[in-house]
Design a protein around this ligand. Structure first.
Ligand code: E4P
Length: 217
């Protein structure tokens, strides 16, 4: 499973890109608004940091306007994916994008049927929202697992991005059920890197070395 970072914070993206662990970035209107910066400017900076798929989301709700926005978004950089919501207008825009050779990430997916609709409309990626589902009585990971089975059984080549990840457990479970990608917030990536036993083990190694050899390398 590949890792994308789910943020529009350029410093956080740079920090994680320097570790070599991320191969793409997802943004959404809320994440861009949180940074309070111009959409195109932020996206351009991101494309200079990460050489992989970068999702920029439309804000129109009408299919033709979504398609116009999609064309503008892809002009920013060759790595841009256009994020479209799973609505009837979003599906229509997905179809138009597919016909125009524009790659899409269909977002706000909360059921396996919605994912199937997106795949049939020609989506390059679908983003089931694991965390938001699991915040309710549903199991977001089960939805990702169902989508994976449906796509495998019916030979659909749309890729699954496990999104709205809230914690390291959801990240690990996304990998276990076969999501192609997980898009992960900065704090969950940080939490997934560290382990108290790693810190404890490293301290013991260095203490043992220093006791015998001092600071000799
Ligand atoms: C998906 O690409 C979205 O940007 C994101 O994962 C939404 O997550 P949230 O539920 O934390 O807002």
């Amino acid at each position: 499973m590949k890792l994308f970072i789910d943020t529009a914070n350029v410093e956080h993206i740079k920090e994680m890109a320097d570790l070599g662990i991320i191969s793409g970035v997802t943004t959404n209107p809320s994440l861009i608004a949180k940074e309070g910066r111009d959409f195109k400017e932020v996206i351009k900076e991101i494309t200079a940091i990460v050489d992989g798929p970068i999702s920029g989301e439309v804000i129109s709700t009408d299919a033709d306007k979504m398609f116009e926005e999609a064309k503008e978004i892809t002009k920013i950089h060759k790595n841009m994916l256009v994020k479209l919501p799973l609505t009837e207008a979003g599906l229509k825009a997905t179809k138009l994008c597919k016909e125009a050779g524009i790659k899409t990430n269909v977002t706000l997916v909360f059921s396996s049927n919605q994912a199937l609709m997106a795949a049939r409309a020609g989506a390059t990626y679908v983003s089931p929202f694991v965390g938001r589902l699991s915040d309710t009585l549903h199991d977001g990971i089960e939805v990702v697992a169902d989508i994976k089975r449906i796509f495998d059984v019916h030979n659909l080549d749309t890729k699954i991005i496990s999104a709205s990840i809230r914690n390291p457990k959801q990240l690990s479970e996304s990998a276990l059920v076969g999501a192609d990608i997980a898009t992960v917030p900065y704090d969950v990536l940080k939490k997934s890197i560290t382990h108290p036993l790693t810190d404890k083990g490293l301290k013991a190694f260095l203490d043992d070395w220093n006791k015998t050899f001092g600071d000799k390398k």
